[in-house]
Design a protein around this ligand. Structure first.
Ligand code: MG
Length: 380
């Protein structure tokens, strides 16, 4: 079980919930990192007493250093700081709750150190899944997923000794705020509408990804990498209630699922306590009041991101890295009001047709594909 964590991305939604669980379980915090939110970082440092605090933004780091000069806490900045936080000797577990492909290098560095990875940064596995999983095998690092669907699958697979018994992984998907709308109806969606998620409270990037269903596309790829299965063995179904968090279908026809209230603290807690379970102060699911559970096929015409993701998964190489980076850029442009909702998949497809895929890529090839895909979207 985890004793001391480094938390990459402490001021985001997952980061804040991770600190709640940390407190509840009595874990120590060795390092905290954030982008620009100095106020919240200062409060977290004063409460959790890490040895290291990192702000990605240089000015924010200077400001934090001034504010906490009364404390014995080192303050670093930028990607180097993030890397230092990921590799601190004191931490046995690194929580990767940063958004986007910026999580890739620090995750790999923590794996090289043999740490437990509580993985909340899906982009790492999407862009460089094979490199990351190979490194984890080589270094004996355990990757425990924090993403609710992948945690559900991880939990459903406890006791499965032979992976060839798995017939299918079935990821559930809330369908987002625009379930049932047609492609044409989605054309004039504004960021304000897309930021209203029916069940989960999350950061802006993942909320938009949930609205386009790109989140589920990324999660299909994440699941393939984690469990080393071809895309044909990973499905997604729409489940509006977000009670069944995902399922595994075995070759004898048995399906094992994990159910619960939509609360990220459960997968976070399990990532720390695995292979054991700890008592939770939260209210558990009440089967008698949760209502009917429904399942639907996703609409691939209205939500082409899901189809694009499956295609990239099939293509392999740097295709997923190109898709992921183009999507990140397009989502940011949508949030700034510069692109329409349906332009997000259009820009992703533009980047995919503009750039050549490299097969069996190195880390450098992946980072280069990421940079080039961002360029294509920026130069639209
Ligand atoms: Mg998820």
């Amino acid at each position: 079980m985890t004793k001391t964590i480094s938390l990459l991305g402490s001021t985001g939604s997952i980061g804040r919930q991770t600190l709640q669980v940390t407190q509840e379980l009595g874990l120590r915090v060795a390092a905290l990192t954030a982008n620009t939110q100095v106020d919240m970082m200062e409060r977290q440092v004063r409460q959790f007493h890490p040895a290291l605090a990192v702000m990605m933004d240089q000015e924010a780091a200077d400001e934090l250093r001034r504010r906490i000069s009364d404390l014995p806490v080192a303050v670093l900045s930028g990607p180097e700081g993030l890397l230092t936080a990921a590799t601190l000797d004191e931490a046995d577990t690194v929580v990767t709750a940063v958004v986007g492909s910026v999580g890739l290098r620090p995750t790999l560095a923590a794996i090289e150190k043999g740490k437990r990875i509580a993985l909340a940064n899906k982009e790492t596995l999407v862009c460089a899944g094979e490199l990351v999983m190979d490194a984890a095998d080589r270094c004996g690092a355990r990757i425990v997923p924090v993403d609710s669907e992948h945690s559900a699958i991880f939990q459903s697979l406890q006791g499965c000794r032979d992976r060839s018994e798995i017939k299918r992984l079935i990821l559930t998907c809330s369908g987002g705020p625009f379930f049932g709308k047609s492609h044409d109806e989605l054309e004039n969606i504004r960021p304000f509408d897309a930021l209203k998620h029916p069940n989960w409270s999350m950061g802006a990037k993942i909320t938009i990804d949930s609205a386009t269903l790109m989140n589920k596309g990324l999660e299909i790829i994440e699941a393939m990498r984690l469990y080393r299965l071809p895309v044909e063995q990973v499905d997604a179904v729409i489940h509006r209630q977000s009670i069944v968090h995902s399922l595994v279908e075995f070759r004898d026809g048995a399906m094992i699922a994990q159910l619960g209230t939509p609360d990220m603290k459960l997968p976070i807690r399990y990532a720390f306590t695995w292979p054991n379970r700890a008592a939770s102060p939260d209210t558990p699911l009440d089967l008698l009041s949760c209502g009917a559970l429904t399942f639907h096929a996703p609409d691939l015409d209205a939500f082409p991101c899901l189809r694009i993701a499956r295609q990239c998964a099939k293509t392999g190489g740097t295709a997923c890295a190109i898709m992921n980076a183009a999507n990140e850029e397009a989502v940011m442009a949508f949030l700034r009001g510069e692109l329409g909702f349906n332009d997000i998949p259009r820009q992703v497809e533009r980047a995919l047709s503009a750039l050549a895929v490299k097969y069996t890529p190195s880390l450098e090839d992946i980072l280069e594909a990421d940079r080039m895909a961002r360029q294509v979207v920026r130069n639209r």
